[in-house]
Design a protein around this ligand. Structure first.
Ligand SMILES: NC(=O)C1=CN([C@@H]2O[C@H](COP(=O)(O)OP(=O)(O)OC[C@H]3O[C@@H](n4cnc5c(N)ncnc54)[C@H](OP(=O)(O)O)[C@@H]3O)[C@@H](O)[C@H]2O)C=CC1
Ligand SMILES: CC(=O)[C@H](N)C(=O)O
Length: 262
């Protein structure tokens, strides 16, 4: 059993989550791998046990199912060895807003936002009590870019970034580190699953490069990591512009432009 904190990773059966599993195993952390596909989780677990010698448990679960996410929450609450949560499981959707059904968007919102919030909520009290722990939430640059035409998906990812920033403010002073990772297009199965041809999209980052970059941000304890963004100052300027508005929100009169002419 590793002396390092165990890492629970959701969406570990493929793509970004599977690479996080590989990297944390190579760093010597025991793992708990969560996704729906038991066979893929077991194959990855066997490889990582064999190659790295760490302990790997699998916890198959559909995170949109109340009973199944409940089992993952219980593990996060009760297993004191778990010191890092990677909230990565997520999906995208084919089509435009008016082509998407309310059932499909509700399912997407459930996975990309409610599950992320519930799992963070299950583990945060224990982390705060211990005065240590880390939560990595996988958002997306799409959450900053309504122009990309992925409205509901992007809205779920804006939620994840906001949630992460809020949690970092609330939990950071109590010793808990929260990171939002905002990948841009990354070569994984998510594209085919949402009806897109991964090879037709320019600027596709390889998944190993994306996760390795995100882990550089993790090691630096960045609160927001955007792997492809060349100029970090652009994010700082964006965030500073937001903060500059805050004093303007606390006024008891409507702004002059909204006041009726006398
Ligand atoms: N690839 C990209 O371009 C980008 C991806 N992201 C985000 O990265 C995260 C990982 O996606 P990525 O690796 O690309 O895509 P993949 O489709 O490869 O991986 C998604 C993972 O989530 C799991 N998953 C999906 N639905 C459920 C569910 N209902 N319950 C439990 N697990 C589920 C899948 O496993 P299983 O099917 O076995 O359940 C799989 O392990 C997502 O949050 C995505 O939004 C962000 C920006 C860019
Ligand atoms: C739009 C996508 O499906 C992609 N995962 C992304 O966030 O860029």
């Amino acid at each position: 059993m590793s002396q390092k904190p165990t890492v629970l990773i959701t969406g570990a059966s493929t793509g970004i989550g599977a690479v996080y599993a590989d990297r944390f195993a190579k760093r010597g952390h025991d793992l708990v791998l969560v996704a729906r596909d038991r066979a893929k989780l077991e194959a990855l677990a066997q490889r990582l046990r064999r190659e790295t010698g760490v302990g790997v448990d699998i916890l198959p679960a559909d995170l949109t199912d109340a009973a199944q996410i409940g089992a993952v929450e219980a593990r996060l609450r009760d297993d004191a060895r778990i010191g890092i949560l990677v909230n990565n499981a997520g999906a995208s959707l084919a089509g435009t807003f008016i082509e998407q059904t309310t059932e499909a968007t509700a399912q997407l919102i459930g996975l990309n936002t409610i599950a992320v919030t519930r799992l963070a909520g299950a583990v945060a009290p224990r982390f705060v009590k211990a005065g240590t722990g880390a939560i990595i939430n996988i958002a997306s640059v799409v959450g900053l870019a309504p122009e990309l035409g992925l409205t509901v998906y992007g809205a779920t990812k804006a939620f994840v970034t906001y949630l992460s920033q809020g949690l970092q403010l609330e939990l950071g002073p109590k010793g808990v580190y929260v990171q939002a990772v905002l990948p841009a297009a990354t070569r994984t199965d998510i594209w085919a699953k949402s009806g897109k041809d991964v090879n037709a999209i320019p600027g596709m980052m390889e998944v190993d490069e994306m996760v390795d970059a995100a882990l550089v941000g993790f090691d630096r304890r960045e609160s927001v990591t955007i792997p492809p963004l060349p100029e970090a100052e652009q994010w700082t300027a964006f965030d500073d512009a937001r903060k500059a508005m805050l004093p303007g929100f606390g006024r008891d009169r409507a702004a002059k432009r909204y006041q009726k002419a006398a």
